[in-house]
Design a protein. Structure first.
Length: 83
């Protein structure tokens, strides 16, 4: 899996420039953006969702913990219907 750091090392641009080019935020010249996007496509770069969540300070995940009594009924239904 190609990382943002890998793109930075291979392209010679800083991680900040790579990040701006990939996100479309901030200034990056058209030529530089094209070089970076072409390299990212060539290396099959995909953003790391966990790294993005950590950077943003949010996980965008929903957790639910039902009260114990409801959980017991839920798991009993799962067991009954699974076999």
């Amino acid at each position: 899996m190609t990382s943002l750091s890998d793109l930075s090392k291979l392209s010679g641009y800083s991680k900040a420039t790579i990040s701006r080019a990939l996100s479309g935020n901030g200034y990056v010249s058209k030529e530089t953006r094209k070089i970076i996007l072409d390299l990212a496509k060539e290396l099959d770069y995909t953003p790391n969702a966990i790294a993005q969540d950590l950077s943003a300070g949010t996980t965008k995940k929903y957790r639910s913990c039902p009260p114990l009594r409801q959980a017991s009924v839920f798991w009993a239904n799962i067991r009954r219907n699974s076999g």
